[in-house]
Design a protein around this ligand. Sequence first.
Ligand SMILES: Cc1cc2nc3c(=O)[nH]c(=O)nc-3n(C[C@H](O)[C@H](O)[C@H](O)COP(=O)(O)OP(=O)(O)OC[C@H]3O[C@@H](n4cnc5c(N)ncnc54)[C@H](O)[C@@H]3O)c2cc1C
Length: 438
Amino acid sequence: MNSTNITLSCKDFGHFDVVVVGGGCTGVFAAVRAARKGLKVAIVEKSNCFGGVATNGLVNIWHSLYDIYNKEQIIGGLTQELAETLINRGYGNLEGTVSRYISFDPNALKMILDELVINSGIKVFFHTFYHSLVTREGGIEAVIVANKDGLGRIGADFFIDATGDGDLCRDCGLESYVDSAIQPPSPCCFLDKNIRSDLGELIRLHGAEFGLEDDWGWGGTIPGLEDINFRADFHIFGKMCNHADQLTEAEIEGRKKIYALGELLKKYDDPGHAIVALSSHIGIRETVHYKTRFQATELELLTGKSYEDTVMRGTYRVDIHHQNDNGITFKYLSGKQVTYYGKGNQTVTRNWMEDMGITCTPAPYYQVPFRILVQEKIRNLIPVGRMLNADRGSFGALRVMVNLNQLGEAAGTAAYCCLDEGKPIQDICGKRVQKELQ
Ligand SMILES: Cc1cc2nc3c(=O)[nH]c(=O)nc-3n(C[C@H](O)[C@H](O)[C@H](O)COP(=O)(O)OP(=O)(O)OC[C@H]3O[C@@H](n4cnc5c(N)ncnc54)[C@H](O)[C@@H]3O)c2cc1C
């Protein structure tokens, strides 16, 4: 069947002002912002809930809303609103001493996101997979989706691609690029019982018996779930997760590693250990990026360059999981740089500011301008999420949720500005978007 036949055989799933494809936090925040501006909004999500990596991926940390000196609050909006809801209802904790981050229960976040979306009057399509699109004269007319009712057509005046991989951008033929060392994915789980011994030591001693290498990883607590820990202990190397076969292989390999971890812990730490939840989707850090009017770069980011149309502020460090040597490098706004190999068996510390001969006072936070959301080809499309236009270092910092949440809100607001002014995204003034956000 060719694409014309597919379009003809589609059911009509409605027409909206804005359709957001992808219901991770980025997509939800975009949809809610547009809906709160009075627009008729639909959101399409292939799984059974909102939140993406934060819920289906079990990743339960939102980083600091403050500058590096913990003085000025630099992030507000829906991130603050949801963080407060999580904390007030007992499903979120403020943690850390120097930089205060929020840990939360991903299952509670699922329900809180349902409430947020429904209360905003947004039409929800769960279990609905974006399939293809219908374009006309430099714009998108509709997306074709597949769900239990068959193939359907959802029309809209504006579209936001929040699929992470940029599925709509791909089908529009937007210019893309892949970093030569993409950050590898990690399978995640909830583990019953705290680990009594040093996990790195256990893996170095017994990992080979279970096919496990000493890899860098991390874990954390979950508010309200005593004795249960989040774990992201391994990477799956050499897989590009925006390709179906490699994504499938990564999922299978990831689950195998988690199972092996459980077996190792039962045998050598405590027989009472159990894997109590597996992420329902492998944690994908990076695939492809799409070109937009502005590319974020590490040096501008870390030196806190400011822009007149800033729509995002953040402090989360540059965080690069190495592609193939079990290491991770962090670069902080303060100048500090640390690389860890394996679970703490080797650490290399430097100062990137000194290395580069930079002597200025560290920037309190970094900024990103509206132009990062503006692609040049399609008049009614915004790409937003981890497909963003960023070099390796800046991507390492920008990819976290408190940052993408803000860009999601900017995307929803920009969609409103386009429809309000009757202009293509390329003609929208970033300062107006910034003002609307404030
Ligand atoms: C292991 C791991 C640990 C991390 N740790 C942290 C951390 O501690 N804190 C932090 O802030 N960030 C962390 N990150 C980074 C952060 O979670 C992600 O970069 C961010 O969530 C990406 O957001 P997104 O909205 O672009 O993608 P996602 O959250 O993946 O959302 C994309 C959504 O689109 C849906 N979708 C995709 N394709 C389609 C389609 N064709 N049709 C319909 N729906 C579709 C998906 O189901 C998903 O819900 C981590 C990432 C990983 C992988």
